[in-house]
Design a protein around this ligand. Structure first.
Ligand code: PLP
Ligand code: COI
Length: 346
């Protein structure tokens, strides 16, 4: 394949961290009078919305997170963006917002990547272009009811690691006093309220030098649900990939991809099931997985006064490493992808 031209932007690609950076272009479309109007790229990074917009008062909003990857030959590709479109549609349904059609979602994402292509990090740095689609209810509604107008926005920024260790394990704290979502609440929808609820427990964990919180199931507080900004997985001592099944966690696209790869590429047993917090001894390795987190190995988990170490506090375990290599190999175009997982952008 032809090599693409060189980029014009110079950034410290290897040390980006996970931080907002204002890029030249974002995509904005408005929903009005029962239909999506024609959207387009904008150079304006602020939104002009009414003070009474339901997204501001009642949290009527949902968002997504996905990445664009630079391949070795300089092309740009997306990883399973159709799955993000589908999840945004499910989140919208839960909060009585209009669905963003998959075609509009993909068009907006690709337009933003192309318009900001100078900011897609070079291959080999591990950095990527993170895309943040956002759906918000706007207009003048003071009663607790859904908006009549909506904005769909997609913006982007180049990012590195979400958890500071990258592939070096970090430690996590089990939340004893706070839940992120209710048993039949909005935990499975990617809506801001779940994240607002996670601010305080997240701060308390970070003050104690933990990377993030691990939440337990809100009904019984006996089973692992997920991490504040990622899903959880463990590798049992007999080599089974296990990740929690619960109606109150985010159905992670990374986690479903890993379930598939563990089974079909690594020949492992791979299941969604219960992960009792009392049974951490079952696991030889554990990790957090997600778009931002990629695969972040968990060194140890603090639960009440006990600290449980998995493979090592300083080194990634061998199975986690193989899963990481397979997943990121596919995302950056070095490993053949299962059919339909990769969407070329240019
Ligand atoms: N769980 C939570 C709470 C998240 O914020 C994320 C990130 O999107 C995930 C799980 C992982 O989901 P995905 O793999 O689709 O990015
Ligand atoms: C993601 O991985 O895309 C997330 O949404 C996690 C976090 C930054 C909220």
């Amino acid at each position: 394949m032809k090599r693409r031209s060189h980029m014009t932007v110079q950034l410290d690609w290897n040390n980006l961290g996970f931080a907002y950076r204002k890029l030249p272009y974002r995509y904005i479309a408005r929903y009005k009078d029962g239909a999506w109007q024609t959207g387009g790229l904008s150079e304006e990074s602020t939104l002009d919305i009414g003070e009474c917009s339901p997204c501001l008062h009642y949290g009527q909003q949902a968002f997504e997170g996905l990445k664009a990857y630079r391949t070795k030959d300089g092309h740009i590709q997306l990883f399973r963006p159709d799955q993000n479109a589908a999840r945004l549609q499910r989140s919208a349904e839960r909060l009585l917002m209009p669905a963003v059609p998959t075609d509009l979602f993909l068009h907006a994402v690709k337009s933003v990547v192309r318009a900001n292509s100078d900011y897609v990090p070079p291959y080999g740095t591990g950095a990527t272009l993170y895309l943040r689609p956002l759906l918000i209810g706007v207009g003048d509604i003071i009663g607790v009811k859904p908006a009549e107008e909506y904005l769909f926005v997609v913006f982007a920024m180049p990012v590195g690691n979400y958890f500071k260790g990258g592939l070096t394990p970090t430690n996590f704290l089990v939340s004893e006093h706070y839940d992120r979502a209710a048993p039949y609440g909005t935990g499975a929808a990617k809506v801001g309220g779940n994240y607002a609820a996670s601010y305080l427990p997240g701060k308390l964990a970070k003050e104690r030098e933990f990377s993030d919180v691990i939440y337990l199931d809100p009904a019984t507080h006996t089973k692992i649900e997920e991490v504040g900004a990622a899903n959880f997985f463990g590798i049992t001592k007999d080599n089974t990939f296990v990740t929690p099944l619960s109606p109150s966690i985010l159905p992670s696209i990374t986690k479903y991809s890993l379930l598939y790869l563990a089974k079909h590429r690594l020949g492992m047993e791979a299941i969604e099931g219960e992960v009792p917090i009392a049974e951490l001894d079952r696991f030889a390795e554990a990790g957090a997985c997600g778009t931002a987190a990629v695969i972040s190995p968990i060194g140890g988990i603090q639960y009440k006064d006990k600290f449980h170490v998995f493979y090592s506090e300083t080194e990634v375990g061998p199975v986690t490493r193989r899963l990481y290599d397979e997943l990121t190999g596919i995302q950056f175009g070095d490993v053949e992808a299962p059919e339909g997982w990769i969407y070329p952008v240019d």
